[in-house]
Design a protein around this ligand. Sequence first.
Ligand code: PLP
Length: 596
Amino acid sequence: ASLYKIDSWGAPYFAVNPSGNVSVRPYGHATLAHQEIDLLKIVKKVSDPKSVGGLGLQLPLIVRLPDVLRDRLESLQSAFEFAIQTQGYEARYQGVFPVKCNQDRFVVEDIVKFGSQFRFGLEAGSKPELLLAMSCLCKGSPEALLVCNGFKDAEYITLSLLARKLDLNAVIVLEQEEEVDLVIEISKKLNVRPVIGARAKLRTKHSGHFGSTSGEKGKFGLTTTQILRVVKKLEVAEMLDCFQLLHFHIGSQIPSTALLTDGVGEAAQIYCELVRLGANMQVIDIGGGLGIDYDGSKSADSDLSVAYTLEEYASAVVQAIRYVCDRKNVKHPVLCSESGRAIVSHHSILIFEAVSASVSRAAPVAMSPLGLQYLVEGLTEDARSDYTKMTTAALRAMEIGASDPVRTYHVNLSIFTSIPDYWAIGQLFPIVPIHHLDERPGVRGVLSDLTCDSDGKIDKFIGGGTSLPLHEMVGGGCGERGPYYLGMFLGGAYEEALGGVHNLFGGPSVVRVLQSDGPHSFAVTRAMPGPSCGDVLRVMQHEPELMFETLKHRAEEYCGQEHGSNGGDGDTDDYDHGMANNSALASSLAQYFHSM
Ligand code: PLP
């Protein structure tokens, strides 16, 4: 298990149990031993139609863990509450969840439900998101914020104003200067007093992959000059009291608290200036950016990790805002964050199956001993020493001999659909066999999906490896021990929202699993089969019914008669290939349209 560093990236939610399977600890640190859930048992229960209560769901499968979601939400809330209390900050934390990170209805509903005790709200970035956020927040705390971000046209602004009419705490956050004219005009027309925010374009720039939205050249937000013009316009329209929130977003996956402190400090200065200019400022919304430690390295040097804990993040924010406000003698604002990745990443696990393995290429360091000697002799003293250290470390990390082949494990999913960020931006996620972790993996492999696209493979893994330690496959699985299941962890944010229907693979089946009374027990409270082939075809404008009819006619034309009634001479195989019976063929075709 240590090979996969599960303790580093998975704690406190994932561990390995004495059976060698990944176990889920639904309440994080507060999980008691008997509350742990064996992930393999979940997979078996929902995928095997013969098991008691089995649902026969096909893989890939997303296992959602609402208990983990609740724990993330509560941990974020308590991190801020602790920082507020210990630093004598005189306002509260009131977060929102950016629905773009995971628009799944049940995820958003859960967040609203779990967060209503601490006024947790939602952030929307488009009209459909706003509609779903409005309907979900009808069941939330009346004070929960509904932050309306994103590009806004008249329709979007009208909808946000209607939300206020429905008594939802909607705040229209200006992302472009012109939006203020529309807000003034439409709110007067609808006779609604809006609450307005502005997104500041900060100088603070996050240089990692996710920082392209930050800095003065960032795509979004208003410069200080533009914010000042907005203040003037609102003053003229006698609406300066409506300006109540300052928002900024440095970028996702902020690597360090040093950068966070710079950004928050800069925004706090603008906030104080707005107070001085007479705006009715109440809330500072620090955007997203609270990062996830995907590789367990706790380092600020990679996009895959962050060098802080939840508590350190909250403490840095509170300290930076307090410092600026105290110096300017400004009342402490309510603190809002739009943490998406940090809330939803852990709660869902993508499970897929390796269906076959083949030897595909030699290990990347394979080289004859003589070749290696020539190479090393050609290097300078320092380079030779570095090279030797590197090679030894690489070989040790792989535990394999230099010439051992790397295998290709074929896995039944579409990487484009289920792990789109891997393909699009090279984002890595921990991928681990969910069982046999008490056995040393004997081989190394790369993962190749079943789509026809040659990019549909994973050959980069957390920790820098170009292959993954895997257990030997015999036939279609681990021999008599059954199928070989792998899990991709920490993918609850963005991946499902981005995934399309590449290669018409459709999406995974989804189950919700709650810890229940009794040792190691759990309940599957909801099971949604993945889309059928027909469903997926419809998305791409095909008409599965017509296609089915066409194929059925063709079956009748070519397979003609019922089996045995073809008038043949009876001494050959005639149509006797098992599928000669056209009604059998038709029903088999029908199954393809309804399953897969
Ligand atoms: N808020 C805004 C405006 C964003 O653009 C994003 C995503 O980049 C988020 C919040 C969520 O960020 P994260 O997932 O890093 O918390």
